[in-house]
Design a protein. Sequence first.
Length: 135
Amino acid sequence: MKKLGIILLLTALLVPIFSIEAKKKNEGKARPVVVENTYNFGNIRENKGAVSHEFVISNAGTGNLVIYDVTAQCGCTRPEYPKQPIAPGKSAKVKVTYNPLGRPGSFSKNVTVKTNGDPRKVVLKIKGSVIPKDK
């Protein structure tokens, strides 16, 4: 009977400890969410210059979301991103600019956003068609 009492006492003491540890593991996780991860510029004119679009990234997690890096597929696409953390429940914008000069025809470019959240990477996509300038 003493053994049963000791087992029950230990169980009663350990369950709250495991609950606290499980709770700690779930706290402070950032979660990037992008409602619109693809943007179509449609037809753009080469002679009108660069075009831009701002993607909104929200933090649906419980910890701060940090964007470490944003990389474009090529030099014709330039991303700009916030350097400060995004608080839980808040949003920020990643601006993607495409330069159509010397690139007539259709295009499709990926931009990879690297974060501390889950998922670690978010892929944004721009596409469209460049109408060449008159010769």
